[in-house]
Ligand binder design. Structure first.
Ligand code: NOJ
Length: 562
C-alpha cells in the first residue's frame, strides 16, 4: 500500500482565532427541532410542544447550546406550519401559549437557548389580513398589504409575470371578485395558500416588529428568519428567465426580481436595533438561499443579522477540493464582515446528509427521493455523513444540527406517494418527490409504539420498519454508535473551544481535507484509498474505528492532537 501522509509543517492561515469572549452565538451548536416530528405527548400522531419540553434533556445529554423550533403557530398546515394565520399564538395541534412558556422556562433552566421561527415573506391564506383582502375590491387598502396585480392579456387572463413558484407551477393565482367575475392576481412565491406580503407597506413592517417584541418579551433568544432574501421584490416586476430557487443572474446579467433585493437589508437593520433594545444576546439567523457567499455575508454585517446558514457548504459534494474551496471562501467572506460562519449539513428542506452523501454525486442539490429513483448507498452515505459531521464540528464558527442526524437517520426514500404531504409533490405533479422524506418522526425507543415518538403508535408520516436500530435507546452507551460519536465530538469541541479557533490549511494528498485548529489537527479522507496519519500524533476522535496501522481509511475523519 502506497500512502502519503499530510505534512503538519507547512501551514497557511485562513482564519484567525476569535479572541474575545463575544456573544454566545459565535460558536454555538444549535439543534433544529421540527416540532411535528420530534415527540408527540398527546398521542395525536403529530409532535407537540409538551413533547418537546419532555424530551429537552436529550439535548443536554447530546451537548448542544441551543434549540431552534420550526413553526408551531396557528396554521392550516398547507406547508407544515410555514403558512401562518396568527403569529402571536400556538396552534392547538402543538399546544397552547402556556405550553410555549413552559418550554422556554424548562429550556432556560437546563441552560439551553431557544430560537423560534419567524415567517415574514408570506402569511397563510387564512390570515385575517388575506381574508380582508379577498373581501375588498382592487385598489383597496386591504389588498395593499399583499401583492395584487391586474393580469396581462386583453381580459387580464394571463399572470402579471412569468414567475414560477418555488414549489412548482405559477407564482400567481387569480381571484374571483365580489361580482363573481375573475379578477386580479396575487403573488405567492411558494404555495397558493401562502400569499406574499407587501414589505413596502408600513403596516406590514410595524406588525412584524410587534411580533418580534411579542416573542422577545416571552423570553426567546432569537429568530430564524424564513426566506430572509425574499421579502422585497423589484418594483418593476420584470419577467425572469434565470435560476428559480436561489439568487443568481439571468443570461443578461439581471438579478432575480424576488430574491436578494437591496431593500431587504434595511428591514434587518431595524430588527437588529429592536433586538438590541432588549436585554440578553438575542440573535437573528438568516435563511437566505443566496448562491454567492459574499452576498450571503451582507446579511451578517455588524448592524444586521448575527448568523446566516451556510447553504453553499450544505450543497458541497463530499470531495476534498470542493470542501476546501467552500470552507475557505466562507471564512473569507464572513471574516470580511466580522461574522461567524454558520455551518449546516441538514434541515427539514433537504435530503438528509446520511443519504445525500451516499449518491453517486456525493451530495449537491436534490429535490427528494422516491421508491422508483436510484437509491442511495446507505452504509456509504452513513460513513460519509459521520465523517462530514466530524469535519464540520471542527470548523471555527457556529453549527446547526437537524433532529435525527445525531442518530445517523437516513432519508425515508420509499415513502408511498399517497403519504406525501409536501405541497411540492402535488404542485410538480409528482415530478419532485419533495421534502417529506427528511421529516419522518424520530425513533426514541426501539421497542416503543411509533419507536417512542407517540404512545398511541400514531405517526403523521410512516416510519420505515428498519428504524428500530436508529432509536436513541439502541445507541445510547453503545461504542461506535452515531449518537455517541456526536456526543464525544460536541464535548471535545466545547473543551477545546474549536468554534472560536483558527484554521490553517495543512499540506495533504489531494483527496484529504487537512487543517489545524489550535493544537488540533483535522484530517478528512474523501478519497478511495487510505492515507497515512502523521507521525507522533494521538487520535482523539475518529468518525469510525481506525484500523490501527497508522492509516486513515476512505470516508473517515480524524481529530488528532499534535
Ligand atoms: C423555508 C422553509 O424552511 C420551508 O420549509 C418553507 O416551505 C419555505 N421557507 C416557505 O416558508
Amino acid at each position: 500500500m502506497n500512502v502519503t501522509g499530510p505534512q503538519t509543517t507547512d501551514a497557511r492561515l485562513v482564519h484567525p482565532v476569535d479572541p474575545g469572549r463575544g456573544p454566545w452565538h459565535r460558536d454555538a451548536v444549535i439543534y433544529q427541532v421540527y416540532p411535528r416530528s420530534w415527540a408527540d405527548a398527546d398521542g395525536a400522531g403529530v409532535g407537540d410542544l409538551p413533547g418537546v419540553t419532555a424530551r429537552l434533556e436529550h439535548l443536554v445529554e447530546l451537548g448542544v447550546d441551543a434549540v431552534w423550533l420550526s413553526p408551531f403557530y396557528p396554521s392550516p398546515q398547507a406547508d407544515a406550519g410555514y403558512d401562518i394565520s396568527d403569529h402571536r399564538d400556538v396552534d392547538p395541534l402543538f399546544g397552547s401559549l402556556a405550553d410555549a412558556d413552559a418550554l422556554l422556562a424548562r429550556a432556560h433552566e437546563l441552560g439551553l437557548k431557544v430560537i423560534v421561527d419567524l415567517v415574514p415573506n408570506h402569511t397563510s391564506d387564512e390570515h385575517p389580513w388575506f381574508a380582508a383582502a379577498l373581501a375588498s375590491p382592487p385598489g383597496s387598502p386591504e389588498r395593499a398589504r399583499y401583492v395584487f396585480r391586474d393580469g396581462r392579456g386583453h381580459g387580464g387572463e394571463l399572470p402579471p409575470t412569468n414567475w414560477s413558484s418555488a414549489f412548482g407551477g405559477a407564482a400567481w393565482t387569480r381571484v374571483v371578485e365580489a361580482d363573481g367575475r375573475p379578477g386580479q392576481w396575487y403573488l405567492h412565491v411558494f404555495d397558493r395558500r401562502q400569499p406574499d406580503l407587501n414589505w413596502d407597506h408600513p403596516e406590514v413592517r410595524a406588525d412584524f416588529e410587534d411580533v418580534l417584541r411579542f416573542w422577545l418579551d416571552r423570553g426567546v433568544d432569537g429568530f430564524r428568519v424564513d426566506v430572509a432574501s425574499g421579502l422585497v421584490k423589484d418594483p418593476a416586476m420584470p419577467d425572469w428567465h434565470g435560476p428559480l430557487r436561489v439568487q443568481g443572474v439571468d443570461a443578461d446579467g439581471r438579478p432575480h426580481p424576488a430574491r436578494d433585493q437591496e431593500g431587504v437589508h434595511e428591514i434587518y437593520r431595524a430588527w437588529r436595533r429592536l433586538l438590541e433594545e432588549h436585554d440578553g444576546d438575542r440573535v437573528l439567523v438568516a435563511e437566505a438561499w443566496v448562491a454567492d457567499l459574499d452576498r450571503v455575508a451582507r446579511y451578517v454585517r455588524p448592524d444586521e443579522m448575527h448568523q446566516a446558514f451556510n447553504f453553499a457548504y450544505l450543497l458541497t459534494p463530499w470531495r476534498a477540493a470542493d470542501l476546501r474551496h467552500t470552507i475557505e471562501e466562507s471564512l473569507r467572506a464572513n471574516d470580511a464582515v466580522g461574522a461567524p460562519t454558520t455551518w449546516v449539513l441538514s434541515n427539514h428542506d433537504v435530503v438528509r446528509h446520511a443519504s445525500r452523501l451516499g449518491t453517486p454525486a456525493r451530495g449537491g442539490r436534490m429535490t427528494g427521493i422516491g421508491a422508483d429513483d436510484p437509491q442511495p448507498d446507505g452504509p456509504v452515505g452513513l460513513r460519509r455523513a459521520r465523517a462530514a459531521t466530524l469535519l464540520m464540528l471542527a470548523l471555527p464558527g457556529a453549527a446547526y444540527l437537524y433532529q435525527g442526524e445525531e442518530l445517523g437517520l437516513p432519508e425515508h426514500t420509499t415513502l408511498p406517494d399517497g403519504a406525501r404531504q409536501d405541497p411540492t409533490f402535488a404542485r410538480t405533479g409528482g415530478a419532485e418527490k419533495g421534502r417529506d422524506g427528511a421529516r419522518v418522526p424520530i425513533p426514541w425507543e426501539a421497542a416503543g409504539p411509533a419507536y417512542g415518538f407517540s404512545r398511541s403508535g400514531q405517526s403523521w408520516l410512516p416510519q420505515p420498519r428498519e428504524w428500530a436500530r436508529y432509536a436513541v435507546d439502541a445507541q445510547r452507551g453503545v461504542h461506535g454508535s452515531t449518537y455517541e460519536l456526536y456526543r464525544a465530538a460536541l464535548r471535545l469541541r466545547r473543551e477545546r473551544h474549536l468554534g472560536r479557533g483558527d484554521l490553517r490549511w495543512l499540506d495533504a494528498p489531494e483527496d484529504v481535507v487537512a487543517f489545524g485548529n489550535g493544537d488540533l489537527v483535522v484530517l478528512a479522507n474523501t478519497g478511495d484509498r487510505p492515507v497515512a496519519l502523521p507521525d507522533g500524533t494521538e487520535v482523539l476522535q475518529a468518525s469510525d474505528d481506525l484500523p490501527g496501522d497508522g492509516t486513515l481509511p476512505p470516508d473517515t475523519t480524524a481529530w488528532l492532537a499534535g
